[in-house]
Ligand binder design. Structure first.
Ligand SMILES: Nc1ncnc2c1ncn2[C@@H]1O[C@H](COP(=O)(O)OP(=O)(O)O)[C@@H](O)[C@H]1O
Ligand SMILES: [Mg+2]
Length: 266
C-alpha cells in the first residue's frame, strides 16, 4: 500500500503534556500508519512512556489531541474508550505475568476475562500463539522457570491472543543482551507478518535488524523530531538525529550477509 493511501490509525496533534510545572512534551505531532512498525526512541526519562500512555488513553494531554481510529480520546465516553482499548495489546518492560499461573493460563487469561470463547477455542488460540513464539511444550511451566527471553515471548503471546489491531511495546528488550534482543525482534517481526497488526515500540535503542521497523521517531528536546525510515534516520543531517546516531547507536547497519541470515530464520 502506498503511504499516501494510508490513513493514520493513531495521530498525535500538537500534543503538550505537563505534570505540575514540569513540561514533558511540547507540540508533539506523530502519525502511526496501519500495519506498520514505528520505533520511538530517545534518552530515558524524556517522555516516551508518556507518549504511549496517551495513545492508550491512560493519560490525557494537557493540550492538543490524540486521535485513535479517527476518534478524539478526550471527547469520548469511558465506554467508547474501553471499546477502543479492546483493539490494543500491550507488552511492557516487566511483562507482568502472574507467577502463580502457568504459561497456558497466563496467555489464556485475556480470553477468559474478556470473551465468551469456549475452552476448546481457547486451547486452539493459545497453542497457535505459543507455537508461533517457538514456545511449544512450555504450557505447564511457571514464569519463574523461564528465561528472560522466554518470558517476553510469553508476554507477546498473551498480547496477541485477542488479535489486537495495535500492539504497544514499552522497552521490550530491556535486560536482554544484543543477541537475545535481536531474537525477540525477529519473533515480533514474524508475528507481525502473520497477524498484520500495527506496532508502536518505545525503546532506547533501534533494532539492529533494520527492516523490522518502517519508521523511527526520535524524541528530543520535548518533541518528536521526525518519523522517517531507518535508512533516512541514519543518514539524516538533522542535528538532534545526527547526534543521537553518533553517540548512542554506533554502526547500526549490519552486514547484508548477517541480515540475510536473520530473514532466513523468520
Ligand atoms: N504520572 C506522572 N506524574 C508525574 N510525572 C510523571 C508521570 N509520568 C511520567 N512523569 C514524568 O515525565 C517524565 C518522562 O517520563 P517517561 O515517559 O516515563 O520517560 P521515558 O519513558 O522516556 O523514560 C519524567 O520526568 C517522569 O518523572
Ligand atoms: Mg519509559
Amino acid at each position: 500500500m502506498s503511504e499516501e493511501s494510508r490513513e493514520p490509525i493513531i495521530q498525535l496533534i500538537d500534543v503538550c503534556k505537563s505534570f505540575g510545572d514540569q513540561s514533558v512534551l511540547e507540540n508533539v505531532n506523530l502519525d502511526i500508519f496501519e500495519g506498520t512498525t514505528t520505533v520511538i526512541i530517545g534518552p530515558s526519562g524524556t517522555g516516551k512512556s508518556v507518549i504511549l500512555k496517551q495513545m492508550m488513553g491512560l493519560l490525557k494531554p494537557t493540550s492538543g489531541r490524540v486521535l485513535v481510529f479517527g476518534q478524539d480520546l478526550s471527547r469520548i465516553s469511558k465506554r467508547e474508550l474501553q471499546a477502543i482499548r479492546m483493539n490494543f495489546g500491550v507488552l511492557f518492560q516487566n511483562v507482568a505475568l502472574f507467577d502463580s499461573m502457568n504459561v497456558f493460563d497466563n496467555v489464556a487469561l485475556p480470553l477468559r476475562e474478556r470473551t465468551k470463547a469456549s475452552e476448546k477455542e481457547i486451547r486452539q488460540n493459545v497453542e497457535e500463539k505459543l507455537a508461533l513464539m517457538d514456545l511449544d511444550g512450555v504450557n505447564e511451566k511457571y514464569p519463574a522457570q523461564l528465561s528472560g527471553g522466554m518470558l517476553k515471548r510469553v508476554g507477546l503471546a498473551r498480547a496477541l491472543v485477542l488479535n489486537p489491531k495495535v500492539i504497544f511495546f514499552d522497552e521490550p528488550t530491556t535486560g536482554l543482551d544484543i543477541n537475545k534482543s535481536n531474537e525477540i525482534y525477529r519473533v515480533f517481526y514474524r508475528s507481525q507478518l502473520r497477524f498484520k497488526y500495527t506496532s508502536v515500540i518505545v525503546s532506547h535503542d533501534v533494532p539492529r535488524i533494520f527492516k523490522l521497523t518502517d519508521y523511527v521517531a526520535l524524541l528530543a528536546d520535548r518533541t518528536i523530531v521526525n518519523s522517517i525510515s531507518p535508512e533516512d534516520f541514519q543518514l539524516s543531517k538533522h542535528p538532534a538525529i545526527k547526534s543521537f546516531v553518533e553517540t548512542t547507536m554506533g554502526p547500526i547497519y549490519i552486514s547484508e550477509e548477517e541480515e540475510a541470515d536473520y530473514y532466513e530464520k523468520i
